[in-house]
Design a binder for this molecule. Structure first.
Ligand SMILES: *[C@@H]1O[C@H](CO)[C@@H](O)[C@H](O)[C@H]1NC(C)=O
Ligand SMILES: *[C@@H]1O[C@H](CO)[C@@H](O)[C@H](O)[C@H]1NC(C)=O
Ligand SMILES: *[C@@H]1O[C@H](CO)[C@@H](O)[C@H](O)[C@H]1NC(C)=O
Length: 199
C-alpha cells in the first residue's frame, strides 16, 4: 500500500510540474541596458554580466545626475565609485560572489502576464523578486524587487563583453583612507538577495 501511495504521489508531483515553465538561465556573458524606476526616481543602468570572468558591472546613470560605478567580483569584493572630481570610492566584502547564471532556479511560477506589450512568463523568488520573461524569445523583459524598484530591460545582447581595461577600479579605491560615497543603492536588493538565497 505504501508503494502504491508513493507511485500515486510521485505521479501527482509530475503532473503538477510537467507543464510549468522554468526561467531561462542567464547567458554566461551579456550586456543589458536597464531603465530603472524606483517610485518615480529614474535611472539607467548599463549592466555587464560576465560569469566566465567572475565579474559583474553596473554603471548607474541617475536622471540628469551623476554616474555611479558598481563593480563586483566573484570573490565577494565590490567597489562602488565615481569617476568625477570627488574621487569617492567605497569597497565592500560580501560573503557571496556575483549572481550565478541559474540564480532563478527554484522560483515559483505565477503564470503569464502581458507586460509592456510582451507576453511573459512570471516567477517569484523568495518574496524578493518578480521576474518577467518573454514567452517566445525567452529574454527577460523586466524584474521588480520587493521594494518596488523596477528594472525594464531595454536591450539584451547575449555574448557582449566589456574590455578588460574598463574593469579596473580607480587607484583611489586602494588608498588607505577612503572617502564615503552615498548611493541610492541601485542594487542593494540584489546584495540582500544573494545573502538570503544564493547559497
Ligand atoms: C515610475 O513608477 C511610478 C510608480 O511607482 C509611476 O507612477 C510612474 O509613472 C513611473 N514612471 C515612469 C517614467 O515609468
Ligand atoms: C577580488 O578580486 C579583485 C579583482 O581581481 C581584487 O581587486 C580584490 O582585491 C580581490 N579581493 C579579495 C578579498 O581577494
Ligand atoms: C495578452 O494579450 C493578448 C493580445 O491582446 C491576449 O490575446 C492574451 O489573452 C493576453 N494574455 C494574458 C495572459 O493576459
Amino acid at each position: 500500500m505504501l508503494i502504491a501511495l508513493f507511485i500515486v504521489l510521485s505521479a501527482g508531483v509530475k503532473i503538477a510540474t510537467a507543464d510549468e515553465p522554468v526561467p531561462t538561465p542567464w547567458p554566461p556573458q551579456f550586456h543589458a541596458l536597464l531603465f530603472m524606476n524606483y517610485s518615480g526616481d529614474l535611472s539607467m543602468i548599463d549592466l555587464w554580466y560576465d560569469w566566465i570572468n567572475g565579474r559583474n558591472f553596473n554603471i548607474i546613470q541617475e536622471q540628469l545626475g551623476g554616474i555611479t560605478y558598481d563593480l563586483e567580483w566573484n570573490n565577494g569584493t565590490s567597489f562602488i565609485y565615481s569617476l568625477d572630481e570627488s574621487k569617492s570610492c567605497r569597497s565592500a566584502q560580501l560573503e557571496v560572489g556575483i549572481l550565478r547564471p541559474n540564480w532563478l532556479d527554484g522560483a515559483k511560477y505565477l503564470g503569464q502576464q502581458n507586460v509592456s506589450g510582451f507576453l511573459c512568463n512570471v516567477w517569484e523568488k523568495v518574496d524578493f523578486i518578480w521576474y518577467y520573461e518573454d514567452v517566445i524569445t525567452k529574454r527577460p523583459v523586466q524584474w521588480i524587487f520587493y521594494t518596488g524598484r523596477e528594472a525594464h530591460v531595454m536591450t539584451f545582447d547575449v555574448g557582449a563583453v566589456l574590455e578588460d581595461e574598463k574593469w579596473q577600479a580607480p587607484v583611489y579605491c586602494f588608498n588607505k583612507e577612503k572617502k564615503g560615497l552615498s548611493t541610492k543603492g541601485a542594487l542593494r536588493e540584489f546584495k540582500g538577495y544573494k545573502e538570503k538565497a544564493a547559497l
